[in-house]
Every structure is written in C-alpha cells, then in structure tokens.
Design a protein around this ligand. Structure first.
Ligand code: TNX
Length: 462
C-alpha cells in the first residue's frame, strides 16, 4: 500500500493493511509516496484538484496492475477503503488465514460522493447501558457503511450516562439504574474521550445528547432542586415518557445545564451538542419555548451548535441550529428560521421498531419498519414543505427500552442500517429496491465472518 505522508492518510492506509492481513496472510507493507509501483500494489492519493469529490467522496480505479484510490481528504480515502473491502471476496473479513483464495478485485472505475453530509445513527445508552466496547462495535458497523455520525442519547428518565465532574451525583445516583432494574452504568470523561477518538479514527463524529427539559428523571433524582415539585424524584425503571421536567423558571436549572454543556463541550471536538427537547407534557408552550431559547444560547456560549428533536421548532431557533424530524411536520417551522433538518421519520428510520408482527425485539408505536420501508423513500419528498437544501441528512435511531445488549442492537440494525446508509449516501436515481434486495444478500457472509448478528429478513434475496 502506497500512501501520502499526511498522518490521517497514513492512518487509513494502516487500517486497510490491518484489514487485509489476517485473511490473506500477506505482509502488506505500507510505504510513503507512489513511486516504484509493482503489480497488485494499492495506491492511496490525496488530490487537491477534483472539487467534485467534495469532503468525503473518492475515486477508485482498478486495472490489471494497480488499485488506485484518490480523494481530496482522508475521509474520502476511508470511505473508498470500505468499497475496496466490498469488492474483495467475502472471505476478506475473516480473522483467520483463508488459504486457496484468489484475492482479486474486478476492474472498476468508481466515482462516489455522498448525497448528504449527515449520515447518522443514534444509540440510546440511557434506557439500557452499553459498554464502551459495545459502542465501538457499533461504530465499526457504521464505518463499514460509510456513515459519519454517531449520536449518543446519554441521559433519560432511567439513567444518566456521562460523568460531569462538577455534578458527581448525576452519575453516582442518576447512573445507577436502567429499564427493568439492573445497575446501569456510565462513561467516565476519559472513556468518553477514548470513544470519541475511536470514532474519529473511523471518520465518525460523536454527537452527545443530554435530553431536557423532559426525560430528566435521572438528573432530578440526583439533584431534587432541579424540580419544581416538592415531592422528591424516585429512581425510575419503567418506559413511560413525557412526565418529567426540569423546573424551567429556576436559576438552579440553568446553572446545571451550563455545567453540563461546558464539560461535555470540552471533550467533544464535533461542532454539535444535542439537547433533546422531545415529548414534554408537563410545561406550557410558552415555558417550553423560553427554555429552548435559553439552552440554545448556552450551547452557543460553549462553542456548539444545538441539535434538538423536532419539538424545538416551537421556539425561535438560530439559523445554526438543527432540528431532528421524527414524526410531525413541525420542522418546517425550523426552516423558516433558516435552521436545517435531520430526517429520522419513525416509520422508516426508527430501528427500534419491529420489522414485522413476527419479530420479537422492539416496539411498534410507529408501525412495523420492514427493510423495504427503511430503504424505499426519498428524503426530499418525505416532509411536505422541506426541500433537499433544507436537509442535512438522515439518522437512524435505536431506542433501547427493549434492547439489552449489542447483539440485540445488531439484529435491529442489520439489515436496516445498510438500507438507511444508502438513503443517505446515494442519489435517488441510483436507488432501486429490487436491486438492493439482491445486492444486500451478498453481505450476509460478511456479517457472519464479522460476528454481526442480523435479522434474516424474508424480504432479502438471500
Ligand atoms: C419516542 S423519538 C421517544 C423516545 C422513545 C421512543 C421509542 C423521541 C424523540 N422520543 O423517548 O424511546 O419514542 O421508540
């Protein structure tokens, strides 16, 4: 593998070498520069010229002598590596030497650029806690399908999952529960920082979410002064929503929000912090709107753009804010403020919905989300009143009320996550369900070798 001296590009080359070594048993040295080419060399190149490749696109040319991958930025090289991976025999994913295999790629000329800049997944680590190792496994899956955002839902009624040094009870008290009982858990700031690094090596941005003013029982149980109620909050291990809220007229609330946002902003290199805003039934509309406007300012003061669930569009939004659609057309109001939108329509992108009446895991309040439902839609026409330019991208959430470990996460995500990945990446013209259900079938062998649990949906042409 030949790679430019650029340290990120060298990182991509090393990642490719690590991928190719186990199955092939070849040494796969990585060298700097593109001289002294020999047959079957792989050449990675950074080129400043091809503007059409954008920030994440790549061009791949395979001929009889060379595999040549070029991009303007290392992110494009990384995505191109995932394509090389998919062009190689399935057995390349093995962690054991696979003798007797001809490691060939078909001749190809690929120019590949994503449709949307935000191709995300969300994992709810609050309802059930997931270890750093488990989250890293999910990051690996996102990387395989060229997704670039992992939104972590770090707090909810049932648990607070990120250490805040100035507010130790948030994790000591608020972190010790989860749905159904159990001991919960949380990430120390050092663990979170390591996760951010692991993701960034795979060109994935972590977007941390602290949900507020609702979905806050865990915080209220740790710091009762945040509540307007005189009855102290108890730990909560059920799955009802909409009932808890911070006291939005109290200075104590904004002092806590400021501490939390400041500490999280300091360990989050990405531009965004998600501050929730969903499903608040315990406040009047004007109280809710004032709260959202204040936390939007707090995010800005700490150098972050606020993301919030679609309900935030009932407040006055800054044009830098992003609203996340999940079930209504309220994001159209966000666009009127110049804000942009992430699409997570529950009936298509909520991977915690059951696949069908026959599947066990998951919920079904938004209906059943078949692989076809996840695949077969156009973001540009999903919400009347939104146009392509208003849309930053798509995101596939997994809420974890019924999801207790990473094997269950994988079974919900695969094969619907690859479907959503293609919604986010490919042009509408290039997308075709009959072709997809055949292309997807060839991935099963990869998932098996990678140890990824998946749902063998009858919709796929296995
Ligand atoms: C709605 S979607 C919620 C979550 C639940 C989820 C279950 C959204 C912004 N809020 O609190 O976990 O449904 O599917």
């Amino acid at each position: 593998i030949h790679a430019p001296a650029d340290s990120e590009a060298q990182g991509v080359a090393q990642a490719l070498a690590r991928l190719l070594r186990p199955a092939t048993g070849f040494a796969i040295p990585v060298v700097t520069g593109a001289t002294d080419l020999r047959p079957a060399d792989i050449v990675l190149e950074l080129t400043g010229t091809e503007a059409a490749l954008g920030d994440e696109g790549y061009q791949l040319d395979v001929d009889a002598s060379t595999v040549r991958l070029r991009a303007r930025h290392a992110a494009g090289l990384f995505h191109g590596v995932q394509t090389i991976r998919q062009l190689l025999p399935v057995r390349i994913e093995s962690d054991m030497r696979m003798g007797g295999t001809l490691w060939s790629l078909a001749p190809a000329h690929v120019v590949d650029v994503p449709r949307f800049a935000w191709r995300g997944a969300m994992l709810d680590v609050a309802r059930h806690f997931f270890t750093v190792k488990e989250v890293e496994q999910y990051v690996d899956l996102l990387a395989l399908y060229k997704m670039n955002v992992l939104h972590l839902h770090l707090s909810d009624d049932q648990g607070w999952r990120i250490e805040i040094r100035s507010r130790p009870l948030l994790t000591q008290v608020g972190g010790a529960t989860q749905v159904g009982g159990g001991t919960g858990g949380f990430y120390t700031q050092a663990e979170y920082a390591a996760l951010v690094r692991y993701a960034s090596e795979r060109f994935i941005t972590i977007v941390p979410e602290i949900d507020m003013p609702g979905h806050t029982n865990a915080a209220l149980s740790a710091y009762p002064a945040l509540s307007c109620s005189t009855r102290p909050a108890q730990r909560y291990t059920g799955t009802d929503v909409g009932w808890s809220t911070f006291c939005v007229d109290s200075a104590a609330t904004y002092a806590l929000v400021d501490d939390v946002v400041r500490e999280i902003a300091a360990i989050t290199p990405g531009a965004y912090i998600h501050l929730g805003g969903d499903e608040v039934q315990a406040l009047a509309p004007a109280q809710y709107a004032r709260f959202v406007e204040r936390i939007q300012e707090i995010a800005a003061r700490h150098g972050k753009r606020m993301v919030g669930w679609e309900e935030i569009a009932h407040a006055r939004l800054a044009p830098t804010t992003i609203a996340q659609h999940w079930r209504s057309d309220s994001v159209v109001r966000a666009v009127a403020y110049g804000a942009r939108v992430i699409l997570s329509p529950a009936s298509r992108a909520y991977l915690d919905m059951k696949y069908s009446t026959d599947t066990e895991l998951g919920l079904h309040w938004a209906g059943y989300v078949s692989v076809r439902a996840a695949y077969d839609w156009d973001p540009a026409t999903q919400v009347p009143g939104l146009a392509e330019r208003d849309i930053v991208g798509v995101e596939a959430p997994i809420w974890s009320e019924t999801v207790r470990n990473i094997a269950a996460v994988q079974r919900l995500a695969v094969p619907r996550l690859p479907a959503l990945a293609e919604v986010g990446w490919s042009t509408q013209r290039a997308r075709d369900w009959p072709a997809f259900r055949e292309r997807l079938a060839t991935h099963a062998g990869r998932w098996e070798l990678l140890g990824i649990n998946f749902f063998p949906s009858p919709e796929i042409a296995w």
